[in-house]
Design a protein around this ligand. Structure first.
Ligand code: ADP
Length: 656
C-alpha cells in the first residue's frame, strides 16, 4: 500500500512539558535518592527507638530480677524470724545452729543481727569466710570488692502471742548479691555494669574478648541507694543510616540520572534539529512546488491520485482535498472526451506514453477548456520500487491561443494579398474596359443623333440605341468608380436623394428579379432623404443586397418575395436624422449566422459566389458613417438594413 504525501503543515510549538522531558531521568533519580535517604532516616529513628525500648525493658528485667531476689531473701529472713520466735533460747548460739541462718550466711548475708525492742543486740551471727566465689560461667558476673558497699534487709520479730521481740537485720554486700545473681541471659547482648556512687564498677559481665559497640544505657537501681545499672550493647542498633557504600551507590545513581538527562537533552536537541531540518526542507519543497509553473501530480499504479501541487489545483480549479484519492475518470476531463481519455490513461499506466509528452484538453471547474501538455515519468518509492506515475503538466492554452491568433493573422494576410491581387486585377480591368466603354458611349450618342435625322426609322430602334447608351454610361461610371476605389484619389461624394438612387437600382435590376420569378415590393419614404453620398458606391450596396435577396428566394418552391423599403429615422448622434434602407426576402434566412460571419472576406455559400459582396457593402456604408445589419425576418427570410446620415435639404440641392 502506498501513502500519499501529505501537504506541508507547520510544526506546532512544543509545550514546555515536552521540551523539559530531558530533565526526567535526572529528576527521577534525584527523587529516588531523596526518598531513599528520607526512608532510611525514618527507619533508623524507628529502629533506634525500638532498640532503646529493648534496653529499657532489659534494664527493668534486671531490676525486677534483683528485687525478686531481695524479696526471696526477705522471705528467708521471715523464716528465720518465725523459727527464732518459737525458741526461748537467746544468744548467738541459737543463730549458729539454725540451718536457715547458716544457709543465708553462706548464700548472701554477711551478718545477721537480732535487735530487741530497745535496739539492744540479742544475738548475732557473722559469716566466717568470705562468700564463695562463683564461677563466671555460672552466673556470668564478676565483682570487685574494693567498694565494700553494703545494704541490709530487716524484718520485725514477734512471739507466738504477737508481742514484738525486736527485729532481725541481715547485712549483705551488694557485690555478693550481684555475684549470686544469674545474668547469663544478658551476656550475649550486653555488657552489664553496676556502678557505685563513686563511679567505680563494682560488678560487671565484661568479657575480655568482647567489647560493647552500642550506646550504653544507664539507670539508677531502685533496690539500692546510689548504685547505677549500665547496659552496654555489644551490637549497635542495626543502623539503616547510610553508610559510605550506600552513599556512593546513591551518588552514582544520581550521576547516572544526570548523565541520562544530559544524553537525553543532547539527543532531543539532535532530534529537534533534524526535525527542523526536515520541516525546513518540507517547507522549501512545498514553496518550490507551489511556485512552480508546472503542475505536478503523482498517481499510483491504478491511476489513483496520490498528490497534486497547488499549480495543478489552480490549473483545474479543484481543491487538493477534492482531487487526492480520485481514480479515473477524473472530474476535469471534458465529458465528451472521457472515452478517449480513459484509453490514453490505460496507455499511460501501461508505460506506453511518449517521453516527449502529449497534448490534451482538460476542463476547468468553471467550465472553460484548457490545453495542457503532459509528461509522465515513473514514480519510485524509497526502496526504488516502481509504484506509479509522476506527471508534469504545463498549461499551453496561452501558447495555443497565440498559435491560433498567428494562424488567423497569416490567413488574413493571405486574404489581403488575394484582395490586393484582385484589386490590381479590378484596376487593370477597369483601365482596359474604360476605353471600349467610352467608345460605346460616344458611338451610341453619335448613332442616336444620326438616327433621329432618319424620319422612317422606328422609334423603338432609337429607344434601343438610347438604352445601349445609358447602360454603357452606367458601366463606364462603375468602371470609373472601381478605378477610383483602387487609386489614391478622394471618394467623390455629392448630395443625392437616396430614394432616387434606390429606385434607379431597382429599375436596372427589374429584369433579373423577374427572371427568378420574385415579386418585388418597393416602399420608399416620402420624407426628404438627401444624403451626401458616393452614388455609385451606394448603388453597388443596393445592387448587391437586391441580388443576394434574389439569389436567396430562388430556392423557394412557393412565393418568392422581395421587399425594398426606406425610412427616415431619428439619428442617435447630435440629434441628426438617418435614412434606413432595408432589403428583405422570404428566403432561407440567416440560419444563425451573424453579420460578421456573412461579411467575412470570401465567405460564400454559393457555388459561383466570391464572398466579397457583403464585406464591400459594409465598408462602403461604414465609410459614409452608417451601419449594415442583418436580421431574421419574423415570418422567415432575411432582412439587410443599411443606414446613412441624411443632410438638411437647404444645405445642398439634391443632384439627380
Ligand atoms: P456572394 O454573394 O458572392 O456569396 P456575399 O458577400 O454577397 O457573397 O454574400 C455572402 C453570403 O451571405 C452568401 O453566400 C449567402 O450565403 C449569404 N447571404 C447573403 N444575402 C443573403 C440573404 N438575403 N439570405 C440568405 N443568405 C444570404
Amino acid at each position: 500500500m502506498s501513502h500519499s504525501p501529505q501537504p506541508f503543515q507547520p510544526r506546532p510549538q512544543e509545550s514546555w512539558v515536552k521540551r523539559s522531558f530531558w530533565l526526567l531521568p535526572g529528576a527521577l533519580s534525584l527523587v529516588f535518592v531523596v526518598w531513599i535517604v528520607m526512608w532510611t532516616e525514618s527507619n533508623d529513628a524507628k529502629i533506634r527507638e525500638a532498640h532503646r525500648q529493648t534496653l529499657i525493658a532489659d534494664a527493668s528485667s534486671v531490676e525486677a530480677q534483683l528485687a525478686a531476689r531481695l524479696d526471696i531473701e526477705r522471705a528467708r529472713l521471715h523464716d528465720v524470724s518465725s523459727q527464732l520466735s518459737k525458741h526461748s533460747e537467746r544468744g548467738d548460739a541459737i543463730l549458729a545452729r539454725l540451718p536457715v541462718v547458716v544457709a543465708g550466711l553462706d548464700r548472701l548475708w554477711s551478718g545477721l543481727t537480732w535487735l530487741d525492742n530497745d535496739m539492744q543486740m540479742v544475738a548475732r551471727a557473722k559469716r566466717a569466710t568470705p562468700m564463695r566465689d562463683r564461677s563466671f560461667d555460672e552466673f556470668g558476673i564478676r565483682t570487685y570488692e574494693k567498694s565494700g558497699q553494703a545494704e541490709h534487709l530487716e524484718v520485725p520479730m514477734a512471739d507466738a502471742s504477737g508481742q514484738p521481740l525486736g527485729k532481725l537485720v541481715a547485712r549483705y554486700e551488694i557485690t555478693d548479691l550481684l555475684k549470686s545473681t544469674d545474668l547469663v541471659w544478658l551476656n550475649h547482648r550486653y555488657e552489664v555494669n553496676f556502678i557505685s556512687e563513686l563511679g567505680e564498677v563494682i560488678a560487671t559481665t565484661a568479657q575480655p574478648d568482647k567489647s560493647p559497640e552500642g550506646l550504653p544505657y544507664e539507670r539508677p537501681l531502685s533496690a539500692f541507694k546510689q548504685t547505677t545499672l549500665r547496659l552496654s550493647p555489644y551490637e549497635s542498633a542495626a543502623s539503616w543510616r547510610l553508610n559510605p557504600r550506600t552513599m556512593a551507590s546513591l551518588a552514582g545513581l544520581l550521576l547516572l540520572g544526570t548523565i541520562a538527562s544530559y544524553l537525553t537533552h543532547h539527543e532531543m536537541r539532535q532530534v529537534r534539529r533534524a526535525m527542523d531540518d526536515t520541516q525546513n526542507e518540507a517547507a522549501w519543497r512545498q514553496s518550490m512546488e507551489d511556485s512552480a509553473l508546472v503542475g505536478l501530480r503523482a498517481r499510483d499504479a491504478e491511476g489513483r491520485i496520490l498528490y497534486v501541487n497547488k499549480t495543478l489545483c489552480d490549473m483545474v480549479g479543484y481543491a487538493r482535498e477534492a482531487l487526492v484519492g480520485l481514480k479515473p475518470p477524473l472530474p476535469f476531463w471534458p465529458p465528451d472526451a472521457v472515452d478517449a481519455m480513459m484509453a490514453r490513461n490505460l496507455n499511460t499506466l501501461a508505460g506506453r506514453t511518449p517521453s516527449t509528452g502529449f497534448e490534451t484538453r482538460w476542463k476547468h471547474q468553471d467550465g472553460h477548456l484548457i490545453d495542457v501538455m503532459i509528461f509522465e515519468a515513473r514514480l519510485v518509492n524509497a526502496a526504488g520500487i516502481h509504484i506509479g506515475w509522476m506527471g508534469s503538466i504545463i498549461d499551453i492554452s496561452e501558447r495555443k491561443r497565440l498559435e491560433e491568433k498567428d494562424r488567423q493573422h497569416t490567413e488574413t494576410l493571405a486574404q489581403h494579398a488575394r484582395l490586393n491581387d484582385m484589386g490590381l486585377l479590378a484596376s487593370e480591368l477597369a483601365h482596359e474596359l474604360n476605353q471600349p466603354l467610352t467608345a460605346i458611349v460616344s458611338y451610341s450618342a453619335g448613332l442616336r443623333v444620326a438616327m433621329t435625322k432618319i424620319p422612317t426609322l422606328q422609334a423603338d430602334v432609337i429607344a434601343a440605341v438610347e438604352e445601349v447608351h445609358r447602360h454603357a454610361r452606367k458601366a463606364g461610371d462603375i468602371v470609373n468608380w472601381i478605378r477610383r476605389q483602387t487609386s489614391r484619389s478622394e471618394p467623390l461624394r455629392r448630395l443625392f436623394d437616396v430614394n432616387t438612387v434606390v429606385a434607379e437600382v431597382i429599375e436596372l435590376r427589374k429584369r433579373q428579379i423577374q427572371r427568378v420569378g420574385a415579386d418585388l415590393t418597393l416602399d420608399l419614404t416620402t420624407s426628404p432623404s438627401s444624403a451626401l453620398i458616393d452614388r455609385i458606391g451606394i448603388e453597388q450596396v443596393v445592387t448587391n443586397l437586391v441580388r443576394n435577396a434574389a439569389d436567396a428566394v430562388t430556392g423557394n418552391t412557393g412565393a418568392r418575395c422581395i421587399w425594398v423599403q426606406s425610412r427616415v429615422v431619428k439619428g442617435l448622434a447630435q440629434g441628426g436624422q438617418t435614412i434606413a434602407v432595408s432589403v428583405s426576402d422570404n428566403g432561407p434566412g440567416l440560419q444563425g449566422r451573424t453579420i460578421d460571419v456573412l461579411c467575412s472576406t470570401f465567405y460564400s455559400t454559393k457555388a459561383d459566389g466570391m464572398g466579397l459582396g457583403l464585406g464591400i457593402c459594409r465598408s462602403i456604408v461604414e465609410s459614409h458613417g452608417g451601419t449594415l445589419t442583418a436580421l431574421e425576418r419574423p415570418d422567415g427570410g432575411a432582412q439587410f438594413t443599411f443606414t446613412l446620415p441624411t443632410e438638411p435639404m437647404a444645405a445642398f440641392p439634391p443632384t439627380t
